[in-house]
Design a protein around this ligand. Sequence first.
Ligand SMILES: [Zn+2]
Length: 404
Amino acid sequence: MKITLRYLSAIALLAHVSLGQESIVLHAGSLIDGKGGTQRNAYVVVKGSKVEKVGGRETGKLIDLKHYTLLPGMIDTHVHIGWHFGPDGRYQPRDTSQTTALGYAMENAYETLMGGFTTVQSVGAPIDGELRSAINRGVLPGPRVLTSLGAINNPSMTVEQIRAAIQKFAEQGADLVKIFASKSFRDGGGQTLSKEQIDAACGEAKAQHLRAIVHVYGPETIKEVSEAGCTSVEHGTLITPEVLKFLAERGTYFDPNIGLVAQNYLAHRTNYLGIGNYTEEGMAAMQRSIPISLKVFQEALKTPNLKIVYGTDAVAGAHGHNVEELIYRVQKGGQDPKDAITSVTSLSAESLNMGDKIGSLAPGMEADLIAVDGDPLKDITAMRRVVFVMKGGKIFKGPATNEN
Ligand SMILES: [Zn+2]
């Protein structure tokens, strides 16, 4: 007997499909494991929240994905999950109501998950903590959320104040620390925190067992950030080949955001212009940053052993489109598709200290799995066509055709 459940996604909108402890078998036309391995006609056994087995023919409760490519769920290490446009379509930087803010954050989380991202790192606002709890309760659909809950961005803070602020973030349940060590690209990217402040911030983060990810542009500041033991360099648009090598030698992760954030601002310029510090000059600077970022990325690809992770800097208008950065990195940046997929899965998981849990498709890993329509190794745009999403063994998006 063959039971066909078409358009399961419609049902999954209302309530995800819980598979409990019963094992199910995903039959994939092809499989990319997130660490460079591929298989054809693979069977993946999922039990509870985890992958139990990967290999040849299995029987049991089968989910038919044989026309699709199965991969680990994608990971975005740099998003602003709460940013949104308001009812008038304009960017709404401050919400009068936290309830409203949480509603928008949930929408963003839903779009992100449906786009194939099962984990995001939000850098970060207090509302992220509420979002994380809501998703972790297990009913509402959304990616795993890691958050900094806020940021260290005030250059007038003393070293003691910086340490105290980080201790407070840790107490409040932050998963990481976000630090601003530079002005934005538009304002020249000059260093804002002193070496002592950077050392204190990254040192205190380490003392609290938290990763430190740093918004930073210029080469000298980037070097200081790496020397201070921070985990990753975000943006880095003004980096030099020498400093790229320096990061590679020190094992500091590099997260250039080259394919989504500036393009998204330009595509939504009227939604942003005139609000906060979004001006025509700012938009012109974004435009200018695009070819510079692309060149930096191409230089980064040539740097041996550099760990290039996947972050988009997704803001209002970009949630759910996180994969565009990946397509851009391959199509415009020239990254090998398999390396790009490794970056958005296992390498990003490693950078989050979660490499033993998520980011690869292997026995014992969390069953965070997606299927896409097509072969992304031949056509990276297949990554846009996400037809199946499972997080922690639960299906959030179909189609799921059971074959018995
Ligand atoms: Zn950002």
